[in-house]
Ligand binder design. Structure first.
Ligand code: 5GP
Ligand code: ZN
Length: 111
């Protein structure tokens, strides 16, 4: 049994509003937003690190990058956005299921 929160949300075992969903990935709001808009774009396949990706996992990431600009307006991200992928302990990854943070809806501080 998978005890992963993002797998459970993906399978609908835990309810969470999905702003986008297809067979391969979905987009939800982060429970603890760090910007006016803070989404998580999550592949349905469970893996933690980019280094673990299969060829198909890479295709799904490419598909995310195709879809995101098409739904950017619906997500309130017309002004642009920032994508972040935390990887491993030093990267501050809390949930061991690869996900892309999408931050926007306001002018973000540069870093
Ligand atoms: P990480 O640090 O792993 O890159 O980010 C994990 C993110 O998932 C955090 O920003 C955290 O707020 C978010 N998160 C953790 N649990 C849940 C949850 O149950 N639902 C949602 N929507 N977000 C979650
Ligand atoms: Zn998972």
């Amino acid at each position: 049994m998978c005890d992963c929160i993002f797998c459970k949300i993906g399978k609908g075992e835990i309810s969470s509003k999905k702003y986008y969903e297809d067979d391969d990935f979905f987009i939800i709001s982060d429970i603890s937003p760090k910007a006016k808009c803070h989404y998580l774009m999550i592949p349905k396949n469970h893996y933690k690190l980019i280094s673990e990706q299969t060829e198909n996992d890479r295709k799904i990431i490419a598909k995310m990058f195709d879809v995101l600009p098409k739904i950017q307006h619906e997500l309130g991200l017309d002004g642009g956005y920032r994508l972040i992928i935390n990887q491993g302990e030093d990267g501050g990854q809390e949930v061991p299921h690869l996900h892309i943070h999408i931050l926007g809806g306001e002018k973000l501080k540069s870093f």
